[in-house]
Design a protein around this ligand. Sequence first.
Ligand code: MN
Length: 314
Amino acid sequence: MSGPLTTVDVPAIQAEPDAASPPCVELFESRAATVGGIPVRRALPKRRRRTVGAWCFVDHIGPVALTGDRQVEVGPHPHIGLQTVTWLLRGEQVHRDSLGTEQLIRPGQLNLMTAGNGVVHAEESEGYRGEATGVQLWVAQPDHTRHGAAAFEHHEGLPEVALPTMTATVLLGALEGQVSPGRTDTPLVGLDLDGRAGTSLLPLRPDFEYALIVLEGETEVCDRVLSPGEMGYIGLGRDGLAVSALGPFRAILLGGEPFREPIFMWWNFVARTREEIEVARREWSAAGDRFQGVASPLPRMKAPVLPWRTAAAS
Ligand code: MN
């Protein structure tokens, strides 16, 4: 496999900031992809919407039945300029990284890895059997932290806010005074919504744009039904969102101040220019000091060929 991002997701050009204020909700279809042999629905990035706040990548993983023969096996691969956010609804995974971290993650727990100038990690389900589903998210780091040191955080017992028909778990940022312990480098929020039939008014910040991604069941916002495989984009200028459902559902709401730095994403890298990507790719391929080893039995991923170069030149 060739890692998460391909030119199907985003053309290899520098993106302009694209915050917008549609009337209420704008629907985007997710793209079916495969990561480490597991089906995913990729909600972000889209060609017409690269970021929502600093959120720049959203994979809804599974649901998939893991067996003795079918496991999550994502071998050591590099990241720069982003944070990875792992949140599982069911299943478990072991995270290992080049900082020496080995961390089992279960539903209700948050893994947050900051790549900065460079980090390497691997993810494996390590013999877990049963249903697995969750989300893998990336947050673009701003210029003032993206060249900094890598870091890893694991959080359990995240704050929850009880709304009339849903429980909101605060993965990152804050809701109604409940603040996640997770590091954020730009103003943003990430919520898990565990809902049931009825309507709740979810408080929003007018200076944030948002994306609502339904993982299970259905919800209705602004007279539009959202199902798994769709992302509802909600633009700036709203201070609340009525979220309705006819039955149980699970969703994530991601939001933040529009990310004003024009990012350039390729493979597992978030940068600003082609040159930065080329340097990172070269340093990963050369196995130098920037990208250290990971204690994983899986093989190290090979970087794909740069799409703007010929195979011979890269
Ligand atoms: Mn990764």
